[in-house]
Design a protein around this ligand. Structure first.
Ligand SMILES: CC(C)(COP(=O)(O)OP(=O)(O)OC[C@H]1O[C@@H](n2cnc3c(N)ncnc32)[C@H](O)[C@@H]1OP(=O)(O)O)[C@@H](O)C(=O)NCCC(=O)NCCS
Length: 160
């Protein structure tokens, strides 16, 4: 079986949305997916995209993806990569595909002089946590994620 990692193209937008929904369903967060195929196509394949996607294929069949964008660390004074989503189809797991997607991003960090590769993982997602630790990831347990959205975001934006 030949594994390849390729950059996603505009006609992958529906496939990417399908992967996003499958990952969200695995994470029990499918009700939070508002993105449409058009949103994905515009954001990833419009003019001057700020978010990117790699597709993993086994013998030419898409079996997983990694969607990412650039971050910046003021401490390091360098850009990094934020891995927003990584997902491998259930029947394809355990064959080195997730690792190949992470290796691809680690190489990009090395080749572009980026300082960090980071991502969230839900605290109950123990298989993924074991997978990440096997790749050298160190859990940042002292940090808590903050988010302002919806009505609270509108209210904050409306403050004088
Ligand atoms: C997590 C995920 C991306 C890993 O991809 P994968 O293709 O199954 O993993 P790989 O086959 O590349 O595994 C690479 C290595 O991690 C190890 N590993 C993978 N899953 C593991 C697990 N559940 N427990 C322990 N080790 C694991 C493998 O043994 C392998 O080790 P090796 O390099 O020493 O052989 C995939 O299982 C997945 O999509 N899971 C559901 C969605 C998800 O949780 N996404 C992450 C959200 S934060």
């Amino acid at each position: 079986m030949a594994l390849t990692i390729r950059r996603a193209q505009r006609d992958d937008a529906a496939l990417i949305l399908d992967f996003i929904i499958k990952l969200a369903t695995y994470e029990k967060l499918e009700d939070e997916v508002m993105a449409t195929g058009e949103d994905i196509a515009d954001s990833l394949f419009g003019a001057d995209p700020k978010v990117f996607c790699e597709i993993a294929e086994l013998d030419g069949k898409p079996v997983g993806f990694a969607l990412w964008f650039y971050t910046f660390s003021t401490f390091q004074g360098r850009h990094g990569i934020w891995l927003e989503d990584i997902y491998v189809e259930p029947e394809a797991r355990g064959n080195g595909i997730g690792k190949a997607l992470l290796v691809d991003l680690a190489r990009r960090c090395r080749d572009e002089g980026l300082g960090r590769l980071g991502w969230w993982v839900l605290d109950w997602n123990e298989p993924a946590i074991r997978f990440y630790k096997a790749q050298g990831a160190v859990m940042q347990d002292e940090w808590t994620v903050c988010r302002v959205s919806g009505a609270e975001l509108e209210a904050l934006a409306g403050e004088p």
